[in-house]
Design a protein around this ligand. Structure first.
Ligand SMILES: *Cc1c(COP(=O)(O)O)cnc(C)c1O
Length: 225
């Protein structure tokens, strides 16, 4: 039965997170955000019944329909995918708990302008392209600290809470680890600027990400497939 499969998957992921996080420290708490993009609303509902509360979507349209259809559940919804500028207004209307994928100064400027007009704020993470991959969005690791501070100073309707990164797309574990370490060192430098979230790690690399200091993992296929 589907519910049994989801329960097993969730239990396994939680167990693995637990193993990895106590290796860092007993006080190192890691949040799990379940990514529903390969799945359906029924499975999200089942996962909610199993105790999962935070869910991420990578498209504004899908986020919207799921928030609507599951509005009876007090789910914490997060936007984790590329945000196109023509979807900014829609995202603001949806009031997600967190936008994880604030990927450029230009996007921050446009988002802040619309937030100001609507007298709203939005919590966000600065996305860092720490492996310098062309296929990925995000600011470069060299510019990340300056851009973070600039957003904080100039765009007050965006409440920056930390950083997000996707691990290097490589079969070489050392490359992946290096990309996590770069992101984590930027996160550490931003703690004086109130950064509290270091979002790194997906199905294929979340244990490594946690050992590199991640405190939020985004997991899709290992839970829903
Ligand atoms: C899809 C996605 C995930 C989850 O991916 P899995 O490998 O299935 O765990 C995490 N983060 C982002 C930004 C994604 O788009």
């Amino acid at each position: 039965m589907r519910k049994e499969i989801l329960r097993d998957n969730l239990d396994r992921v939680i167990w693995n997170i637990e193993q990895a996080r106590v290796e860092v420290s007993e006080h190192h708490i890691v949040k799990l955000v379940a990514v529903g993009k390969y799945s359906d609303e029924e499975s999200i509902k089942t996962l909610y019944e199993l105790g999962q509360r935070a869910f991420g979507e990578n498209q504004v349209q899908q986020l919207e329909s799921r928030m609507k259809n599951l509005s009876s559940l007090p789910i914490e919804w997060q936007m984790i995918g590329n945000l196109q500028s023509n979807k900014i207004n829609k995202l603001i209307e949806l009031r997600p708990t967190l936008l994880q994928s604030l990927s450029s100064l230009k996007l921050a400027k446009a988002l802040n302008k619309r937030l100001e007009e609507k007298e709203q704020t939005m919590s966000a993470l600065l996305q860092i392209n720490s492996a310098n991959e062309e296929s990925k969005s995000g600011v470069s690791s060299q510019e990340a600290i300056d851009i973070y501070q600039q957003i904080k100073e100039e765009f007050p309707n965006i409440k920056l809470k930390g950083v997000m990164s996707i691990g290097a797309l490589s079969s070489d574990i050392k490359e992946v680890q290096k990309s996590f370490e770069i992101t984590h060192s930027i996160y550490e430098k931003l703690q004086k600027d109130d950064a509290t979230i270091c979002s790194m790690g997906m199905s294929s690399d979340y244990e490594l990400a946690i050992k590199c200091g991640s405190n939020l993992v985004r997991i899709g296929s290992k839970i829903f497939k």
